[in-house]
Design a protein around this ligand. Structure first.
Ligand code: ADP
Length: 384
């Protein structure tokens, strides 16, 4: 009946310290060691050796600040941590520490002040763990989150800009599209209401207006469709021969070129990163204008390119009527024209389409011109 339950037997102090020393010795995941009241290292366990790389005889007696980075030493961090542990009983810290070989690891540390029975500070117990992997993972996640945030911000900005453009676009287009609709409506109504009171000539004249109005509607809608289909990044990855694109554009204009006996000279043009159909459309609009607004017979168009820092700069030069400086920007806006339809046919979409194509490629477009002095349209296409 008097058997003693060993598990409940009180440890004496000596067994206690011994068992604790054994425990500390067997721990590999954690560096566990003691510092004296000044911060000099007094004990060193295998975990500390594994994590920090020092054998006991290399580190015992040294100040624990040797494991801090030079910046932390300058900032007095090792001494401040001791001070905090002294004040509060213990303190926690996370940060970069140095191994013996100079490499860094991310340490998670608890520093506890130890006092004797009289309450005097005798030293510190320090337990730390290598959390480099967790820390790097967290950093990666943080970086990723930041990248996502910037991407979202960029998209939002793009959408806002696109939205503002669209609003302006809708305003202009609805206004310009209504004009032929009104005209068609008006003459159809006249035809219907007047019954037999119209002469054959009047009737034919009204019918012609209706036809013209609907044809203009079709042209406007076609050009608007063309404009809206220039999507942002279609096929910009491929490299194409811009000379070939210019020649394809001239082929598409064969009738106009022949009718006006135009002379289109294509210089040495480079291979560039661009969308082939968009570049053909761009050349086509510029060459068509150069001929349309050129002298009635034998207009001359010269196409050239020169290398700039990071981009190719193209030029389409004509010997036509030229453009007053105050209109040099306005002409690139949707439906903006400087002439009546009787003087020069057109929808006012050609240059707006050019601008959208060039900007789609990350480039710029502008004109250098003066009345009667001809015009040169320049545009850039970035190399990368
Ligand atoms: P459209 O030719 O259908 O009017 P564009 O957008 O191509 O539409 O051109 C807008 C305006 O810019 C034209 O109405 C014309 O006044 C002017 N313009 C364009 N190209 C030239 C040029 N090469 N020479 C003189 N004026 C031009």
């Amino acid at each position: 009946m008097n058997t003693i339950d060993q598990s409940k037997a009180p440890f004496n102090a000596a067994t206690n310290a011994q068992q604790f020393a054994l425990l500390v010795d067997s721990v590999r995941e954690y560096a566990m060691f003691m510092l004296d009241a000044d911060g000099r290292i007094r004990t060193w366990n295998p975990g500390a050796q594994r994590i920090k790389g020092y054998a006991p005889d290399e580190i015992l007696g040294k100040h624990y600040s040797v494991m801090f980075t030079p910046e932390d030493q300058v900032a007095r961090k090792p001494w401040n941590l001791l001070e905090r542990a002294k004040q509060d009983g213990s303190c926690r810290d996370e940060g970069w520490r140095l191994r013996k070989d100079g490499t860094k690891f991310w340490a998670s540390v608890v520093l506890t002040a130890i006092h004797d029975q009289a309450g005097n500070l005798t030293g510190f117990a320090k337990v730390s763990r290598d959390e480099t992997e967790r820390h790097e993972l967290e950093e990666k996640i943080r970086l990723h989150a930041r990248e996502l945030e910037t991407a979202v911000e960029e998209r939002t900005r793009e959408l806002r800009r696109a939205n503002a453009e669209l609003e302006q676009f809708n305003y202009i287009t609805s206004h310009d599209l209504q004009e032929p609709i009104r005209m068609v409506g008006m003459f159809v109504q006249k035809l219907m209401e007047s019954g037999d009171s119209l002469s054959k000539e009047q009737r034919q004249r009204y019918m012609r207006f209706v036809l013209e109005g609907s044809e203009r509607m079709r042209a406007l809608v076609d050009d608007l469709l063309l404009y809206s289909r220039i999507d942002r990044d279609s096929a910009l990855n491929g490299t194409i021969d811009s000379g070939q694109a210019a020649r394809a554009a001239v082929d598409n204009l064969a009738q106009l070129v022949a009718r006006r006996s135009a002379d289109v000279k294509i210089g040495d043009l480079p291979s560039i990163r661009a969308s082939q159909p968009q570049l053909i459309q761009l050349f086509q609009n510029l060459i068509e204008n150069a001929i349309k607004y050129g002298p009635p017979q034998k207009p001359t168009v010269v196409i050239s390119a020169r290398e700039r820092a990071g981009a190719w700069e193209f030029a389409v030069q004509d010997n036509g009527i030229g453009i007053e400086p105050q209109f040099h920007e306005k002409i690139f806006v949707v439906f903006q024209r400087l002439h009546g339809r009787e003087a020069y046919p057109g929808t006012g979409m050609g240059l707006a389409i050019c601008k959208k194509i060039v900007e789609n490629h990350g480039g710029k477009i502008w004109v250098v011109s003066a009345p009667t002095a001809g015009s040169t349209f320049h545009f850039t296409i970035p190399k990368a």
